[in-house]
Design a protein around this ligand. Structure first.
Ligand code: HEM
Ligand code: HEM
Length: 183
């Protein structure tokens, strides 16, 4: 294996994979809830699950960013050109800022203007971000939906690039995010 990557801390890995799982499930459930509404979501059960699951990201991202600021991340392999290294950093910044922060906030905003509750992990209700306002409903819906589709492409690209690093470039980037093997 090429590169000088020593890997992320166990906490960073736990946060990455835990949040990735929540994120991917939220995305799929959001799509099923809206595009298979009559077949799968007649009583809004999937919408409820989508909001209960996705809203946990609002809290987890605060922990994640705090951890990220306090702990250095592994250096990218020297086999990557400066341009690719910059691209990777911009990509990660977009994942943090848009997929993990702006997208949940846009869902929270939409439910707030629609005057609909969000039950975080079925445990407690999120306070509304703004006053209910029917005039803002359509624009809030468009923002959340378009951001969700943009992020679907962003995350898909991110996962494909990780696999390309492992199987084609044969560097240590994916291994640095996987649990350490014993022995
Ligand atoms: C506080 C967090 C969030 C809230 C309150 C929220 C709320 C909603 C609501 C109310 C819908 C419409 C569901 C329906 O019409 O039955 C929806 C759709 C959707 N949401 Fe979220 N959401 C949140 C976070 C997220 C996150 C983190 C993702 C991505 C992982 C996401 C992805 C989607 C997708 C893909 C759709 C379907 C869009 C379409 O119509 O094609 N949402 N969301
Ligand atoms: C689905 C499969 C996924 C794979 C295979 C994967 C793989 C990876 C790998 C290998 C890294 C380390 C990159 C490096 O060393 O520079 C990484 C970092 C990252 N991933 Fe993922 N990931 C996946 C899903 C996700 C999802 C769903 C999200 C969020 C929506 C996400 C957000 C991030 C972020 C923000 C980083 C940067 C971490 C940092 O350096 O601070 N990943 N991912």
């Amino acid at each position: 294996m090429k590169g000088n990557n020593v890997g992320y801390t166990s906490t960073a890995k736990l946060l990455h994979w835990g949040m990735a799982l929540i994120w991917l499930c939220s995305w799929v459930i959001g799509i099923l809830a809206t595009h298979w509404r009559e077949e799968l979501n007649p009583q809004h059960g999937l919408t409820f699950t989508h909001k209960a699951l996705a809203s946990t990201l609002v809290f987890l991202i605060v922990v994640r960013i705090a951890w990220r600021l306090l702990h250095p991340v592994p250096a990218l392999p020297s086999t990557m050109s400066p341009l690719m290294q910059r691209g990777a950093k911009v990509g990660h910044l977009l994942l943090y800022g848009i997929a993990l922060l702006a997208l949940p906030l846009s869902g929270w905003y939409w439910s707030s203007v629609a005057d609909k509750p969000i039950l975080v992990a079925t445990l407690f209700t999120l306070p509304p971000l703004v006053e209910p306002n029917k005039d803002l409903y359509d624009i809030a819906k468009i923002i959340h939906t378009w951001t969700a589709w943009f992020c679907g492409a962003l995350v898909g690209g991110h996962a494909l690039i990780a696999l390309k690093h492992h199987f084609i470039d044969k560097d240590d980037i994916l291994l640095g995010m996987l649990p350490k093997r014993r022995g």
